[in-house]
Design a protein around this ligand. Structure first.
Ligand code: IPE
Ligand code: IPE
Ligand code: MG
Length: 241
């Protein structure tokens, strides 16, 4: 089966998992897997852009990942800075706009600065919106939104009865992103791990055993073909579709 160009998911989100296990399989340290994982990201972005995906959102560091060993965290942070540095020209050349979601303030200053620089230099690009989730947690996102809405309610800027889905959306990190159409998770785990809770409410979920560093163009195609063969009913009956 081949991909049909008319039904490319508008927003693909990816839980890139399995770097550590891939490295272990090769008898290497976990960080070796993360480095190879960055290369897989590069290939994914390139292919998603070719396929005219409009939004690609990648889970790079969760609010729970702070519980990992300190040296793994710092190497991951360095890798983020190095990769953004290395890829900046390609990102610009390919008209990709970089965005982030998550509590960016808690990231090390070098990471924050590099992110701000990349966001600023790519903000006018329209070909592909690439969003990196960093220090992102779905529960933290919702808690933060509720807190900010509560303050506005207290100040009478919003009345309690006015709180609706659109107001909640407007207080999320993901406020300017459309709902996710296809969520891919690699490495055989079948869980959400606190990713994008609000925006995946009607996403098609796709799980593959492939470990993230080995995820390639063919795997992306397979995920999209699988998606294209599903019937998205959104609560309606088959006959209504
Ligand atoms: C995903 O790979 C990358 C991050 C969470 C940063 P893991 O590091 O979780 O790899 P496994 O799951 O231990 O194999
Ligand atoms: C989810 O992967 C987070 C990222 C991919 C950044 P984890 O490997 O941290 O998730 P769990 O621990 O398996 O749920
Ligand atoms: Mg993992």
């Amino acid at each position: 089966m081949k991909i049909t160009n008319e039904n490319i998911p508008n927003h693909i989100a990816v839980i890139m998992d399995g770097n550590g296990r891939w490295a272990k399989k090769k008898g290497e340290k976990r960080i070796f897997g993360h480095k190879k994982g960055v290369k897989a990201v590069r290939k994914l972005v390139e292919e998603a852009s070719k396929l005219k995906v409009s939004f690609l959102t990648l889970y790079a560091f969760s609010t729970e990942n702070w519980d990992r060993p300190e040296n793994e965290i710092s190497t991951l942070m360095n890798l983020i800075v190095m990769s953004l540095d290395k890829e900046l020209n390609t990102i610009i050349k390919n008209k990709i706009q970089l965005r982030t979601i998550g509590d960016i303030d808690k990231l090390p200053p070098e990471v924050k600065n590099k992110l701000f620089e990349t966001i600023e230099k790519t903000k006018k690009n329209k070909k592909l919106i690439l969003t990196i989730a960093l220090n992102y947690g779905g529960k933290e996102e919702l808690t933060n939104a509720i807190k900010r809405i509560s303050h506005k309610v207290k100040k009478n800027v919003i009345l309690p009865d006015q709180v609706n889905e659109s107001i909640i959306n407007d207080h999320l990190y993901t406020q300017n992103l459309p709902d996710v159409d296809l969520l891919i998770r690699t490495s055989g785990e079948q869980r959400i791990s606190n990713f994008l809770l609000w925006k995946i409410s009607y996403a098609e979920l796709y799980f593959t055993d492939v470990l993230w560093p080995e995820f390639n163009k063919k795997d992306l195609h397979q995920a999209i073909i699988n998606y294209q063969n599903r019937e998205r009913r959104f609560g309606k009956t088959s006959e209504q579709i």
